[in-house]
Design a binder for this molecule. Structure first.
Ligand code: AMP
Length: 381
């Protein structure tokens, strides 16, 4: 097994990793760090939870530290593109954490925050700019940002960018970055459109890939409870009240559904919060912060809002509704059992949702064991 030292990382980074309690590189880090340090382009297939952020952030920080350069007005040395503001914030935070003994200037740019503030933040130039494509294009049009001094480009969650309609903005952004750059491209899946985007952006990349969906699912202890619509919330409450669930992420199909679950739990005296697209940026940040610090044990989310949520120590994932796309199920349950830990996933399945369960079992090539409902429903039966 390799160590961070043997991958060639500098002492300032090793110290930061030790402070974070990381002892061994994850598989994607083992594969990507050395070639990235050598300046190679990287094309990675990896989902959130695999340690991919450190896989690109560490070599980038090392290269920044090795060749210090004055920043250029309105410019950056490293540009990271991410599909959502949550993911962008987390990536920026990772750069700050891993780079704390190096001293790097990292900023974010995404919608929902005044443009003027972001323009001032980049005015003197920065080392690392983490942005969502839409807001970055706005700044390029305002001429508050220039990308012609960018040395390294990272595209994260490319397949999600495609879902959100960001491919054309990305092509416009990339066109203004020098071809001599180093590029790292990450995606959980590699559909045709993404593969062709990668081909136009990368030069002779090293291909790295980690555990396909089925393997991730094997690490999570999964259960299904057969339950019809109206009883779901009662079972959820009983599960949360009676089973020793730790930090719990609950997924619903819709934003409205998420709000209804929060309302029910709160009416029954259990604090909870929801994050979804209708919540303001401060609301989402507050909920995530409370969840991260443990002030809130239960967070309700929709798939879109949950993509890129990076919270360690999630002990339980509860699928209040089953997703109709089996890959989403694997994404969801991957929120627990991160970086080698084990976790529990409990899914509620109504008669209507049975076909979704079948699709999930086919994708993960395993049966989800049936669990009896806890609490009042079980007693009534
Ligand atoms: P990511 O896939 O980048 O979202 O990372 C998933 C989680 O694993 C993050 O919370 C990281 O803090 C954590 N992590 C990343 N690399 C390691 C490592 N080598 N050892 C332990 N935890 C890690």
């Amino acid at each position: 097994m390799s160590s961070f030292e043997s991958l060639g990382l500098a002492p300032a980074l090793l110290k930061a990793l030790a402070a974070e309690g990381y002892t061994t590189p994850t598989p994607i880090q083992e594969q990507a760090i050395e070639p990235a340090l050598a300046g190679r382009d990287v094309q990675g297939i990896a989902q959130t939870g695999t340690g991919k952020t450190a896989a690109f952030a560490l070599p980038i920080l090392q290269r920044l530290a090795a060749q210090r350069k004055p920043t250029v007005r309105g410019g950056c040395r490293v540009l990271v593109l991410a599909p959502t503001r949550e993911l962008a914030s987390q990536i920026a935070e990772s750069f700050r954490v891993y780079g704390k003994f190096i001293g790097v200037r990292v900023i974010t740019m995404f919608g929902g925050v005044p443009k003027g503030k972001q323009a001032r933040a980049i005015a003197g130039g920065v080392d690392v700019l983490v942005a969502t494509p839409g807001r970055l294009i706005d700044h390029m049009q305002d001429r508050t940002v220039r990308l012609d001094t960018t040395e390294v480009l990272v595209l994260d969650e490319a397949d999600h960018m495609l879902d959100l309609g960001f491919i054309i903005p990305i092509r416009r952004i990339v066109a203004t970055i020098p071809a001599s750059r180093q590029t790292m491209f990450f995606s959980a899946t590699m559909p045709k459109e993404i593969a062709s985007l990668a081909q136009t952006m990368l030069r002779d990349p090293v291909h790295v890939a980690v555990a396909p969906a089925a393997t991730t699912a094997e690490r999570v202890d999964q259960h299904v409870i057969f339950v019809e619509g109206a009883a779901k919330r009662v079972i959820l409450f009983d599960l949360l009240a009676e089973v020793a669930t730790g930090r719990t992420l609950v997924f619903t199909k819709t934003k409205h559904g998420a709000d209804k679950v929060v309302k029910y739990l709160e009416e029954n005296g259990m604090p909870a919060a929801a994050i979804h697209g209708n919540k303001s940026q401060p609301q989402r940040e507050r909920a995530l912060h409370q969840f991260r610090t443990g002030e809130l044990r239960v967070l309700i989310a929709t798939d879109i809002a949950a993509r890129g949520i990076d919270v360690d120590g999630v002990s339980h994932v509860i699928n209040f509704d089953l997703p109709n796309v089996p890959e989403s199920y694997v994404h969801r349950i991957g929120r627990t059992a991160r970086a080698g830990a084990t976790g529990v996933a409990i899914s509620f399945c109504s008669g209507e949702e049975r076909p979704f369960l079948k699709g999930i079992e086919k994708l993960t090539r395993q049966r989800v064991p049936v669990m009896t409902a806890p609490g009042r429903i079980a007693k009534a039966a």
